[in-house]
Design a protein around this ligand. Sequence first.
Ligand code: NDP
Ligand code: MG
Length: 391
Amino acid sequence: MSTQQPFPKKRLALFGSTGSIGTQALEVIRSNTDRFEASILTAQSNEELLIKQALEFMPHTVVIGDPARYQKVKEALQGKPITVMSGEKALEEAASLDAYDMMLAAIVGYAGLRPTLCALDNGKSIGLANKETLVVAGDIVMQKAFQKRVPIIPVDSEHSAIFQCLVGETRNPIEKVILTASGGPFLGKKPNFLVNVKREHALQHPNWSMGAKISIDSATLMNKGLEMIEAKWLFNLRPDQIQVVVHPQSIVHSLVQFQDGSLKAQMGLPDMKLPIQYAMAFPQRIPNDFPRYDFKKVSTLTFEEPDLRTFRNLALAQEALEKGGNLPCVLNAANEIAVFAFLRNRINFLDMTTVIEKTMAQVPFIQQPSLQQYFDSDGEARSFAADLIHL
Ligand code: NDP
Ligand code: MG
């Protein structure tokens, strides 16, 4: 009798394994060792956690981005069958290895773009948490995936919801999608309040526990703007087909409206492990013991319009979505600089919008950028934004 398993284990490359998404993905792997293994783990500077993860999961390769920390990781993993890499090109080299089947793209920000492009060139499927990759160069990323015939499966909860609603609907065009937004910690607040908020307030998200950058993006609603752009590329939509609705309970994760007016929603308690495991196991659903939604506990679901006059980052992102070209890339770069400065108490909450708006007005518009022109636009926008706030 064969002792072979019905399915070979899926080998996952967790890019950003020490982050909020990365550590939750490892929890999913830990609970499903018969299905998954971690074959690549990467971190930027958290070498302690990376070493701990490597000793537990025994991957083929680990990457520590910061070269100053290479020696420590190398010594800690001495004698283990694990390759340790570091330095500027190491992420791309790791993404080009054959040692994995699917990349979980969970690096934060623009830094996630190049490794994801390498994984696509390498013919690997992608579980995409790193929305900035599609915001910066969505046309090029999607085209590469199409040419290589590899799927990009969303991990972002809203896009996972839409993806799940589309299963079985391949022949039915989308009329529109409705992205739900929790509204973040400052829902209902006005500019006179926001001008004084500190990073500690902004980092307190009511429903989700996430990395610092996305927590600030959720507080400014920039996150929802980035997600509109992400949805455009993932689902091939026009800007007017993407609507945002504030839903503070975060139970309905997003909806699709079809041409007969029917709405399909995907619902559940807010827990990123669910979209992470869905992307990892697709097309299968695997059992888990995560808490279930109980109608008796949260019996009222509410929906309202976003306040675009107060949360102007969302309006700026909508402008970038509509104009297209390199404008989303510029918006993203300026936002990364603005969030970085806010997190270091260098500018106030509302200044973030000013930095982004001025940078969008400054960097020359390019309608159909090449990949190099996206890289250049990112660089120009970063240096202009950094100069503005004397970083
Ligand atoms: P975290 O900040 O928690 O983690 C980021 C990860 O990327 C860490 O492993 C970090 O390493 C690594 N990293 C940071 N900077 C670099 C760099 N310059 N080069 C290489 N690696 C780097 O982020 P999250 O997990 O919250 O978010 C990851 C992505 O997923 C983001 O794009 C976010 O928008 C998206 N996402 C996150 C959600 C969430 O719930 N957290 C929900 C939906 C989407 P180190 O630890 O060493 O710094
Ligand atoms: Mg989201």
